[in-house]
Design a protein around this ligand. Structure first.
Ligand SMILES: N[C@@H](CCC(=O)N[C@@H](CS)C(=O)NCC(=O)O)C(=O)O
Length: 214
């Protein structure tokens, strides 16, 4: 059996796929893809992923792209702990949270806060205060919704880690590297135990892309 993931360790979507593979105990090769190369990704990679993004995935010749499709396939195709709940309500909640992460958390926590405060300045741009403030405001809306949807559960949905936790973790980790986001996070103490338990998992430790990110 050969499982290959195409992508880079810095990518939140690649980390989501790596987390699912690690939680299931699936060995895989990580093949680097330079999506920012002059002229874009290679024609070979564009055949795997016509939109030129990462990750892409291959299992014995079965190719997939889109992190949600990849992680759902990994959950269903391999042994190991289930990453989706068994009840329709639980599965619906995971679908809702993973959609919310893709639609709103990525824009606010990664493109808003993290890019404005850390990755932009790393590339020589000034901190974008407007972008950071807007990202923080939207991050607050995301965190409010997540607290509400989680209710009294141990993990995001129910009593076992699911794709909801794994999709959110890489983006929240980037955001929490920014001091202003940490300050916002302090207003959400009900999520702190969940985050400590999640970041202590082997899958999270094994997929850290940068030292300053959880
Ligand atoms: N919807 C895609 C999103 C993937 C995505 O946006 N990946 C980023 C890296 S985290 C990327 O490839 N960005 C390059 C670009 O936008 O050109 C998925 O779920 O796989």
């Amino acid at each position: 059996m050969t499982v290959t993931l195409y992508g880079e360790t810095y990518s939140v979507y690649v980390r989501f796929a790596r987390l699912a593979l690690a939680e299931k105990g699936v060995p895989y090769d990580l093949v680097p893809v330079d999506i920012f190369a002059d002229g874009g990704p290679t024609p070979g990679y564009l055949q795997r992923h016509p939109f030129g993004k990462i990750p892409a995935f291959d299992h014995d010749g079965f190719g997939l792209y889109e992190a949600l499709a990849i992680t759902r396939y990994v959950d269903e195709a391999f042994d190991g702990p289930a990453l989706l709940p068994s009840s329709p309500q639980g599965r619906a909640r995971v679908n809702q949270i993973t959609a919310l992460v893709d639609s709103y958390v990525y824009r606010s926590m990664v493109w808003g806060v993290y890019t404005g405060a850390i990755s932009g300045p790393k590339e020589g741009l000034p901190r974008d205060e407007e972008q950071i403030a807007d990202g923080l405001k939207r991050s607050g809306t995301c965190l409010d919704a997540l607290v509400d949807l989680r209710g009294e559960a141990t993990w995001m949905v129910g009593n076992h880690p699911t794709l909801a936790d794994l999709s959110l973790a890489p983006m929240l980790a980037y955001s929490l590297a920014v001091p202003e986001a940490q300050q916002l996070w302090n207003a959400y103490p009900s999520l702190h135990g969940w985050w400590d338990a999640l970041t202590a998992r082997e899958s999270m430790i094994a997929t850290k892309g940068w030292d300053f990110v959880a």
